[in-house]
Design a protein around this ligand. Sequence first.
Ligand SMILES: CC(=O)N[C@@H]([C@@H](O)[C@H](O)[C@H](O)CO)[C@@H](O)CC(=O)C(=O)O
Length: 305
Amino acid sequence: MRDLAKYQGIIPAFYACYDENGKVSRERTKALALHLLKKGVKGVYVGGSSGECIYQGVQERKEILEAVMEVAKGKMTVIAHVACNNTADSCELAAHAESLGVDAIASIPPIYFRLPDHAIAQYWNDISAAAPNTDFIIYNIPQLAGVALTLPLFKEMLKNPRVVGVKNSSMPVQDIQMFKMAGGEDHVVFNGPDEQLISGLAMGADGGIGGTYGVMPELYIKMFDLCKAGDYTTARNIQNDVDKIIYAMCECKGNLYAVMKEIIKLREGLDIGSVRKPLAALVPEDAPQVNKCKVMIDEAIAKYC
Ligand SMILES: CC(=O)N[C@@H]([C@@H](O)[C@H](O)[C@H](O)CO)[C@@H](O)CC(=O)C(=O)O
């Protein structure tokens, strides 16, 4: 049996930390990693959707992971999303991640072209083979990647002994149950949609990886602990308040990641820049709504934590 305890908890998707010129900032990346470490999260998921990986080059993604590992290695779980829109670059990032000693690598399926399952499996197995000593996590996020992980494809991937589980960001909670049942107790499934973390945990998710965890980690840690203690009533109260905050953040004209970075600056005094085009930066008229969301987070943490 694998030691899966390192995956069982709240793992924020790490944000891209840029300087004033929109370049990757090692110092700001290290500052965010230290900030999340101090908040007591289980680990970080680096280079995913919330990390704006799609808009970064291979060298930039290596720089970000190196900076995170300088702070996090040996202190919290680090999962590195290494997928690029071609196999060669993905394998380069996978090998680099393994050389740094990450706990796991992860990958979306190939994007843009619609590929048959055997080609998707080959893509994932090639990436996994580039990091032969590292756990591999399938990243199922059909609403963004444009292709869904099917049960037959998952069963095919389970033949790869490095496959440790699925980060499931699809909205049907049933997908978590389906992949957990297929993988069994020797594999993990992460809940991806933050709006239904407690539902995913109830259906068998071992932990959660989420894009809004980083702006209010205290609330997700509390929900996780309450669910593990069987207090789903209180957990649901927190989930409802968290969802109100997510909906409120999504009302801004600026992209959600830009909103959350601004809230972190307002609440924690930590400046990690804005978002990279073509993602939309905040506009001046977003300021009142951003501040409203900050207050909602302050109040929820004061109420529950
Ligand atoms: C579609 C999407 O982006 N889903 C997010 C959620 O955390 C999402 O941001 C949250 O539920 C708010 O809608 C994650 O599942 C993905 C994620 O955290 C990441 O890879 O950064």
